[in-house]
Design a protein around this ligand. Sequence first.
Ligand code: FAD
Length: 334
Amino acid sequence: MYSFAVIGAGVIGLSAATAIQEHIPSATVTIYSEKLSPEITSNVAAGMWAPYLYQRTDAGKILEWGKGTHDQLLKLWKAGYANEAGICLQFVKSLSEGVDVYIGENIVYGEHPMPVEEVEFMSKLFNKKFKTAVNYVSFTCEPSKYLPFLHKQFVHNGGRIVLKKINDFEELSHYDLVVNCTGLGAPLLTGDTKMTPIRGTVSRVVAPWQFHSVMEDDIYIILNMENAVLGTTSQFGDYDTTVREVETKNINHYCQNLVPSLENAELIKTNVGLRPGRVEVRLETEIRSLKGKQTAIVHNYGHGGCGVTLSYGCALNVVQLVRAALNIPQQSKL
Ligand SMILES: Cc1cc2nc3c(=O)[nH]c(=O)nc-3n(C[C@H](O)[C@H](O)[C@H](O)COP(=O)(O)OP(=O)(O)OC[C@H]3O[C@@H](n4cnc5c(N)ncnc54)[C@H](O)[C@@H]3O)c2cc1C
């Protein structure tokens, strides 16, 4: 029987912990976390499956991990967990005046460039000059529902959650292996100098008449089950988590430009979150001597603006790294 510690109970830590339980049933898993949902960054996320703000991470890796998550969301959605886990399949319009917004790899459904007439129509409507634009169908996964869903699943499968800040990996030297999913908390434990917060603001409004999500570069209207999420900002290096009224006004203004019917949508709340930005996502094994014992630490942090999107795909990669570190063979399918 292996015993593993996972540090962090955000979407990254909970996904890694539940994936380990599923794929290595001979393991006992304990999560150590300073904070839990809803007090964490993951709760602020709009939950759209979309690669975003991942800096210099290899684009192929992003799509591979993203596909792993998309497949998992589809599996849960088909199995009847849409309501409990906050998973919605929805129509998305993605437009840009600059960057190419095409995702590719057939991950989202029916992705196709908008017909020229539609791009012209949208450009006129919004007084913009869109250069690239695609329509597709994809998932959102609402963290305020998804995190409790994962938490419940983890505990149901025998996992234990300890509310505790870890200040040094040595505190966990009695485990066979440690998985580090501490997001922006990683530098404290690792001394990592490649991380920076990317401050993001979103407002949640009631707009039940809106039936598709719209994204235009940093401006978006993303539908969750009971409200629409309007975003966002992306300030690198800014640790301030207070809401700035002027930003809320600007976000509402830009989103109303994009979808004028939001004019009188009731504002529920505005939240600020610090995305765990890193030059590139860190997903690798390090061997450290913890109290004289050579211990494998699997690092899984720095997912920037798309931690929800990458969560389960990265979790599957964590499982591979855990198996490799401890020479655990694949489960026989017999
Ligand atoms: C405004 C905004 C909108 C977003 N929208 C989207 C979106 O639509 N789609 C998408 O894919 N992503 C989105 N994101 C990004 C996403 O929220 C993050 O990438 C993701 O939440 C990162 O998850 P995490 O588990 O690494 O971090 P966190 O949620 O911050 O979790 C880290 C965990 O580690 C714990 N921890 C840290 N240090 C320690 C320690 N020393 N000891 C013990 N515990 C520790 C914390 O308490 C916490 O439980 C958005 C982010 C923001 C801010």
